[in-house]
Design a protein around this ligand. Structure first.
Ligand SMILES: *[C@@H]1O[C@H](CO)[C@@H](O)[C@H](O)[C@H]1NC(C)=O
Ligand SMILES: *[C@@H]1O[C@H](CO)[C@@H](O)[C@H](O)[C@H]1NC(C)=O
Ligand SMILES: *[C@@H]1O[C@H](CO)[C@@H](O)[C@H](O)[C@H]1NC(C)=O
Ligand SMILES: *[C@@H]1O[C@H](CO)[C@@H](O)[C@H](O)[C@H]1NC(C)=O
Ligand SMILES: *[C@@H]1O[C@H](CO)[C@@H](O)[C@H](O)[C@H]1NC(C)=O
Ligand SMILES: *[C@@H]1O[C@H](CO)[C@@H](O)[C@H](O)[C@H]1NC(C)=O
Ligand SMILES: *[C@@H]1O[C@H](CO)[C@@H](O)[C@H](O)[C@H]1NC(C)=O
Length: 490
């Protein structure tokens, strides 16, 4: 064997070894200019390419719904995503998707029309801190040009500053947490047709003054932070909080803390035990004060007795109470007047009514009249004792049961297809599905019989084709196999 061949083999061995060791064992802690990567088609859940010094957190490609890709920071032991670069617009898990770093971190996918970037020119290094903060710094003086902490997703980790410019958004996009100048609030983002402003309705409010601390005017905006002593604090300029929401592990544990805004609209705190996350804080402890615990047209009884429907003829099921017409129309203005029927129920009130605007009317009829005449109104709730009239200018969600029969609700319910009641519609759906199944199986059966007949005919033809040397692909395979044999025998 010539010497050059020997060196070639050595080189190949070296490259193979170094490649496999770098790709399998250690994920880098720094990324420099010139980095570029596409997802591996074989990865089933998460492909990390950057880790923090403790290896608790990783930045990588996260696979969602089979073929979608999100650029994510994961807490590795629990697989919990702490941050997503593109939470609403997914890339596809394909070779056309690429993340790169040239001073700016870029995620692009021309097929999904996605282009996400940190817009941070002049960066030299991308690194993940042991807090889960992803930062871009410059080489010469270490200045931080960009950090993921400035654009949180739904999670706030300990020591992360949450300012008035930021918001947390629940994974379903329905709820958000924002700061005002002396409070923090949770909001429902009501779905609206394009071209109209977003309707935001507050359902929880924590005012800083509740902690008896005076907010000083002109002292700069408030920000919030999870303090490692075990509370969610609001701060002005000094490091002394102007408000403290204690977790139930207050001053007890030194483990890692976070809060997150969840699917049900609650803001929950967690601590890490070393093997799992345990809840130690809930902004809303009464289920009925959540924005929509029983779904549209649901009725929630405080004290954990569960859900019913506002319409006492409908039984509550896990699917909720609305009659299966969840089209995203935010009002009834495009429909004719008889497109809805009116439902009345006494002993109900809106949840978190202290945060709602109300009018004062002299009578129930006057209150209902305000809603009846207005096509952007979905319902009105009246308190005969106080004369307060709450007008709902968004689709009806869960209401709260009260023992007080003088509180009355008036609700517009969109009629289902041709005004049929929900049970009839359900029966119709079942019948339709059965019909489709029968038709499909008849067609499949027919195709099966036809194919069996064709096969039998082909077998007869196939013998002739093989003799001509122009058979189907199986024959090509055996032809190439023959040529390999010939090479070996030479
Ligand atoms: C990095 O790449 C983007 C997209 O190709 C480009 O717009 C930007 O100017 C580049 N930045 C540098 C510093 O080369
Ligand atoms: C995280 O890094 C900081 C310095 O950047 C260090 O002081 C701290 O001890 C580290 N924490 C952990 C848990 O490694
Ligand atoms: C750090 O360097 C950047 C350019 O790389 C420069 O714009 C910035 O002013 C420097 N900051 C300090 C504090 O020197
Ligand atoms: C959070 O805010 C404090 C006070 O303004 C500041 O000292 C600290 O550096 C900030 N932390 C981060 C991660 O931005
Ligand atoms: C981080 O890693 C250390 C050491 O492995 C571990 O004790 C700690 O629980 C981890 N923290 C989190 C939040 O995973
Ligand atoms: C349902 O509500 C209607 C109107 O409030 C009332 O007249 C009726 O008695 C209720 N039916 C039942 C079974 O509670
Ligand atoms: C109808 O209701 C909407 C929302 O509450 C309100 O903005 C509008 O002024 C009302 N229109 C009339 C004619 O009362």
């Amino acid at each position: 064997m010539p010497l050059t061949h020997f060196f070639q083999i050595l080189l190949i061995l070296y490259l193979t070894f170094s490649f496999s060791s770098s790709s399998s064992s250690s994920t880098p802690q720094h990324i420099h200019r010139g980095f570029s990567l596409s997802p591996n088609p074989k990865t089933t859940s998460f492909q990390p390419f950057l880790t923090d010094p403790t290896a608790n957190f990783s930045l990588g490609f996260l696979r969602r719904n089979h073929n979608h890709l999100v650029l994510a920071i994961l807490h590795v032991s629990s697989s919990q995503p702490f941050w997503l670069a593109n939470p609403t617009h997914f890339a596809s898990w394909s070779h056309s998707t690429r993340v790169s770093f040239n001073g700016t971190l870029l995620l692009s996918d021309p097929t999904a029309n996605l282009f996400w970037s940190t817009a941070s020119n002049g960066g030299d290094t991308l690194l993940l801190r042991n807090t889960s903060n992803l930062v871009i710094t410059t080489q010469n003086n270490g200045t931080r040009l960009w950090q993921s902490f400035d654009i949180p997703t739904n999670t706030l980790v300990q020591d992360q500053n949450f300012t008035t410019a930021m918001s947390l958004v629940s994974p379903n996009g329905l709820y958000s947490l924002k700061l005002g100048n002396d409070f923090m609030g949770l909001y429902v983002n009501h779905a609206v047709k394009s071209g109209k402003p977003l309707k935001r309705l507050m359902y929880w409010k924590r005012t800083a003054l509740e902690a008896k601390a005076e907010i000083e005017e002109g002292q700069g905006p408030i920000y919030a932070r999870v303090n490692t002593a075990g509370y969610l604090g609001m701060y002005q300029t000094s490091s002394k909080p102007v408000d403290v929401q204690k977790f139930n592990t207050f001053q007890q544990t030194s483990s890692f803390l976070m809060v997150r805004l969840e699917h049900d609209g609650n803001l929950r705190g967690y601590y890490w035990t070393g093997s799992s996350w345990v809840v130690n804080y809930e902004a809303i402890s009464e289920t009925c004060n959540l924005p929509n615990p029983c779904g549209s047209y649901g009725l929630c009884t405080p004290g954990g007795s569960g859900c019913e429907c506002l319409d006492n003829r409908t039984r509550f099921e896990s699917g909720g109470c609305s009659s299966g017409n969840d089209d995203n129309d935010d009002d009834l203005c495009m429909n004719s007047r008889d497109s809805y029927f009116v439902l009345r129920r006494s002993g109900v009130e809106p949840p978190n009514k202290e945060l709602l605007r109300y009018l004062t009317t002299l009578s129930l009829e006057e209150c209902e009249g305000l809603c009846e005449k207005n096509c952007s109104c979905w319902g009105a709730l009246y308190n005969k004792g106080t004369g307060f009239c709450y007008v709902l200018d968004y689709p009806v969600q869960t209401m709260v049961r009260t023992g007080d029969g003088s509180k009355v609700g008036y609700f517009k319910v969109r009629k289902t297809e041709k005004g049929k009641n929900p049970v009839q519609v359900k029966i119709k759906v079942v019948v339709t599905v059965i019909t489709i199944l029968v038709v499909v199986s008849v067609i499949i059966g027919g195709i099966g019989i036809w194919m069996m007949r064709m096969k039998r005919r082909k077998r007869v033809n196939g013998i002739l084709k093989d003799e001509n040397g122009a058979g189907p692909y199986k024959n090509l395979e055996s032809a190439s196999f023959r040529s390999i044999e010939m090479c070996n025998s030479q």
